[in-house]
Design a protein around this ligand. Structure first.
Ligand SMILES: Cc1cc2nc3c(=O)[nH]c(=O)nc-3n(C[C@H](O)[C@H](O)[C@H](O)COP(=O)(O)OP(=O)(O)OC[C@H]3O[C@@H](n4cnc5c(N)ncnc54)[C@H](O)[C@@H]3O)c2cc1C
Length: 526
């Protein structure tokens, strides 16, 4: 059994990070950093991974949660990116089936010409990309489209094209990589910020205690997502392309208010494609793509952002009339893209780029997608091997299952509703067995129907959750997909955490206040 990612393992990692020189220090525990750390550790590289806030606290918990086949890149003529995305989603399906669940995407068409164009595009995609026979596209005529997706507005509808993408849970995908890195010997710590950086030397501050640690590493990889430029500045690393951040937001409404059967792609007022996705008793709507000036953890959701998504939703579906008052939660994130002069946000390439600063040796990586993280990590670790002057063991991440992906989920307590069971399977995969080993009764947290009490204990003992936000936002996803943003269970969750982590009353109250104000911010529109 893999060793636990626990508060004790974090304390040991912080202590050991400074004990002797590492081969590799990875800064940033989003999907990029977590993927690199796991690959490197599996190949025998002595690796440290530090994350300033919590694993996936940045962009990697705020994506659309889709493992894309890359159809969009076909429109941009980037065949290599299409092939990579489609290949990588097949890999993820193999190494972590719970984190890549097939999701039928329905794209309504409103004219014969666009219907035929879509058919040609989907046909071309399947010639270029590896697509399983069962996942091949279908074209529906108007009657079929209305029968299969009855919520579609019939007005002007010609038909629809369908294809399969995969639904993931972004924060849990990151966590599985961090757990895998830890299991292979990497020293990993969240709430550990790099506050200064010179060639091969970093000062890491434990943001929970204020203590600092000096870390030496032969190679340092800057995987700080939207903060890549800030870290380069901190390190005195110049040169290479700059980042251009773009913001994307999502709105969540109860599924009963937007009862779609499938994920449906809509055309926004500016002709961009946006979509709705049913998940865990809710439906989410995404996403926007607008320039954003600064790297911040929680970019605001404006009324204009919400109106943009709701206008298309209310036009595409009949009789729904969704208003901002129906929105139970939102999330927003920043895409760490590489600046391209004169291009609109949606035109900027999603390709990743590696930049090595000649003077400091700092390796920075930016751009990319959740979908292709594994290949991106493989390339970076190959580069790390070159810089270490060592022939590394071959990359094995396309075959070694991610933690939770080793075995299917066991039978779950019958008292849970089907969508509650599918939520548990998606978040934990085979690790559901570990949850049930603590208590098989399926008892839920007071005030949080569908969320097991043992999930909170498991998050602390085996997933290094140290704050209320770590548990409710990124481990259980209650902040996003519970209709009450997890607020109904805040006191009960805090009580479990206080007992296990030794919080006093003041710390417990502070955690609750912080969580409440985070949730309130995500319900108000700037
Ligand atoms: C709205 C939106 C929708 C998207 N949808 C999809 C999708 O459906 N599918 C897909 O494949 N991709 C999608 N993406 C893209 C994908 O989410 C990103 O490419 C990816 O998450 C970026 O990960 P990252 O690890 O590079 O950055 P991040 O996840 O931001 O990680 C960087 C980490 O570095 C940490 N950090 C910063 N400074 C320091 C420091 N000094 N010390 C220590 N740590 C530090 C931060 O706290 C952060 O956690 C989407 C992106 C957005 C914004």
């Amino acid at each position: 059994m893999a060793p636990s990612l626990s508060p004790a393992s974090r304390a040991a990692a912080l202590r050991d990070l400074g004990a002797s020189e590492l081969d590799l220090l990875v800064i940033g525990g989003g999907i990029t950093g977590a993927g690199i750390a796991r690959d490197a550790a599996l190949r025998g590289v002595r690796t440290g991974l530090v994350e300033a806030v919590d694993f996936a606290a940045g962009t990697s918990s705020r994506s659309s949660k889709l493992i894309h086949g890359g159809i969009r890149y076909l429109q941009q003529g980037d065949i290599a990116l299409v092939r990579e995305a489609a290949t990588e989603r097949a890999v993820l399906r193999r190494i972590a089936p719970h984190l890549a669940e097939p999701l039928l995407m329905v794209m309504p068409t409103y004219r014969m010409a666009s219907h035929l164009k879509l058919r040609t595009g989907l046909f071309m995609f399947e010639r270029v990309a590896p697509v399983d026979a069962g996942d091949r596209h279908q074209m529906w005529d108007r009657a079929e489209a209305l029968k299969e997706e009855p919520l579609l507005s019939a007005q002007g509808l010609y038909g629809a094209g369908t294809f399969t993408e995969y639904l993931t849970d972004d924060a849990r995908l990151v966590l599985a990589n961090v757990q895998g890195a830890h299991a292979s010997g990497a020293l990993v710590a969240n709430h550990a910020e790099v506050v200064s950086l010179e060639a091969g030397r970093a000062t890491v501050r434990d943001t929970l205690t204020g203590e600092t640690y000096r870390v030496r590493a032969r190679v340092v990889v800057n995987a700080a997502g939207p903060w890549v430029d800030e870290l380069r500045r901190r390190a005195g690393a110049s040169g290479g392309r700059r980042l251009q951040l773009t913001k994307g937001i999502h709105l969540v409404v109860p599924h009963a208010r937007l009862p779609v059967t499938h994920s449906v792609i809509m055309t926004a007022s500016d002709k961009r494609s946006i979509f709705v996705v049913p998940r865990d008793g809710m439906t989410y709507i995404g996403t926007t793509d607008t320039f954003y000036p600064d790297a911040v953890l929680v970019p605001e959701v404006t009324r204009a952002d919400a109106d943009y998504l709701l206008e298309a939703t209310n036009r595409t579906f009949r009789g729904v009339a969704i208003a901002t008052a129906d929105v139970t939660g939102t999330w927003s994130g920043l895409r760490p893209l590489l600046a391209e002069e004169g291009k609109s946000p949606s035109e900027i390439s999603r390709k990743d780029e590696t930049m090595v600063d000649a003077a400091t040796g700092l390796v920075s990586i930016a751009g990319g997608k959740l979908t292709a993280y594994r290949r991106m990590a493989e390339r970076i670790v190959d580069l790390v091997g070159e810089r270490l002057g060592r022939r590394l063991a071959p990359c094995t991440t396309s075959d070694v299952p991610l933690p939770g992906g080793e075995a299917p989920a066991p039978a779950l307590p019958g008292g849970l509703a089907p969508h509650e069971q599918s939520r548990l399977r998606r978040l934990y995969g085979g690790h559901c067995a570990r949850l049930l080993a603590r208590d098989a009764s399926g008892a839920c947290v007071d005030g949080l129907p569908g969320i097991l009490r043992v999930e909170i204990e498991h998050a602390i003992d085996e997933e290094m959750a140290l704050t209320l936000e770590d548990v409710l936002e990124r481990r259980t996803r209650a902040l996003l997909f519970d209709a009450g943003q997890g607020l109904g269970g805040v006191a009960a969750t805090a009580a479990i955490m206080a007992r296990r982590l030794g919080w006093d009353d003041a710390r417990t109250a502070q955690e609750i206040d912080r969580y409440r104000s985070l949730a309130a911010g995500l319900r108000s529109f700037a």
